[in-house]
Design a protein around this ligand. Structure first.
Ligand code: NAD
Length: 354
């Protein structure tokens, strides 16, 4: 039996998480592998009901589970709270407490027509952003807002860079054997250090080609030649930004899944997008990122590669059959609801196993 802690969160979080859980329940039914789901609070809803964005009890429950599935956190109701009381700080605390130091974000073209790029550029967009998740300027100290100045500290230890670099090289081995390491080594000491360590680690992977690209150039190449990338190895801040750009070039943030991993099979799975307050409660959010995050959960935490592929295939078939939520619908096309899309994916999974 596998235990999954579900943290639906705020805004569209519960709506899209619901469809992912439906898919996992379907896989459980088909494979007879028992999944037990427990629901808990994170983000704004936790602030409202418990006074903090995440309680220590929820973190303990997460530690005792085999995987955590998260919707999204945040929204305008909580925007004016101090930084350490905001919904997002609950998510940062969860990732840090669980020592989830690697964030994996696959970027793959699913629908050519919704990409803002020229069709000629779309052919081979299939890369993975590996974002370091528990260090860099997000966690470094000192940090403060004072009356007349504010500051943060970007810092990396050797161990932090080594482990994320190894993960990137290992992943590249299963793909097109190319790692692009992102930094700003021409300006920042922390980046020069990152580059040095990544180069050292690359000596253990002679079969993988390594290139170093400045973050500004990388953001340029993502638009003009995205096919050049296979595995993008990024420090926390640059990975955060470039992976959203990745979402933009494939047409919607609503298509991008993610997995956050640490030293074991345990992981936290969540769509890359936020709580989308502008469309929350309408039942129109795109559940693809959430459902594909569930596929990553099957792959990385439960070692169920065949089932993960079945879920990904079912999403592709659903798109091929013409179902579109509002964000990806073409003109004159009737969009389906979040729930209708999820139901159709489940139907396609069942058909595959008949
Ligand atoms: P967002 O990702 O929530 O939304 C950006 C735009 O994309 C919006 O127009 C939204 O409607 C659209 N969008 C996002 N996901 C979609 C989906 N599944 N289907 C259809 N459209 C979708 O980013 P934002 O507006 O900058 O942030 C809103 C809130 O979410 C903020 O409070 C922010 O801090 C928070 N946030 C949370 C996370 C997280 O929980 N991991 C990540 C990013 C932002």
């Amino acid at each position: 039996m596998k235990r999954i802690l579900v943290l639906p969160g705020d805004g569209i979080g519960p709506e899209v998480a619901n469809e992912a859980i439906k898919v996992l329940e379907c896989i459980s039914e088909i494979t007879k592998e028992k999944f037990e789901f427990e629901y808990e609070l994170i983000g704004g809803i936790s602030i409202d009901q418990r006074g903090v964005p995440i309680t220590d009890e929820v973190i303990e429950k997460a530690k005792k589970s085999d995987a955590v599935f998260l919707g999204a956190v945040g929204g305008p109701n909580w925007d004016n709270l101090p930084m350490d009381k905001k919904p997002e700080s609950g998510l940062l605390k969860l990732r840090k407490s669980l020592n989830l130091w690697a964030n994996i974000r696959p970027i793959k073209i699913l629908m050519k027509k919704i990409s803002p790029l020229r069709p000629a550029l779309l052919k081979k967009i299939d890369f993975v952003v590996i974002r370091e998740l528990t260090s860099d300027i997000y966690f470094g100290t000192p940090r403060a807002i004072e009356e007349n100045r504010a500051y943060n500290t970007a810092s990396y230890t050797r161990e932090e860079v080594e482990r994320i670099a190894r993960l990137a090289f290992e992943l590249a081995r299963k793909r097109k054997k190319k790692v692009t390491s992102i930094d700003k080594a021409n300006v920042l000491e922390v980046s020069a250090f990152w580059r040095k360590i990544v180069s050292e680690i690359s000596k253990d992977y002679p079969d993988i080609s390594l290139e170093h690209v400045y973050v500004d150039a990388a953001s340029f190449y993502l638009i003009v030649n995205p096919a050049r990338f296979d595995v993008l190895l990024c420090p926390n801040l640059f990975g955060d930004i470039l992976s959203d750009e990745g979402g933009a070039i494939i047409g919607s943030l609503g298509l991008c899944p993610s997995a956050s991993l640490g030293d074991s099979n345990f992981g936290l799975y969540e769509p890359v997008h936020g709580s989308a307050p502008d469309i929350a409660g309408k039942g129109i959010a795109n559940p693809i990122a959430s459902i594909l995050s569930a596929a990553m959960l099957l792959r990385y935490s439960f070692n169920m590669e065949k089932e993960a592929k079945a879920v990904e295939k079912a999403v592709e078939k659903t798109i091929k059959d013409g179902l579109r939520t509002q964000d990806i619908a073409e003109r004159n096309q009737r969009p389906v609801s979040t729930r209708e899309f999820g139901d159709y994916v489940v139907k396609k999974i069942k058909e595959m196993y008949l």
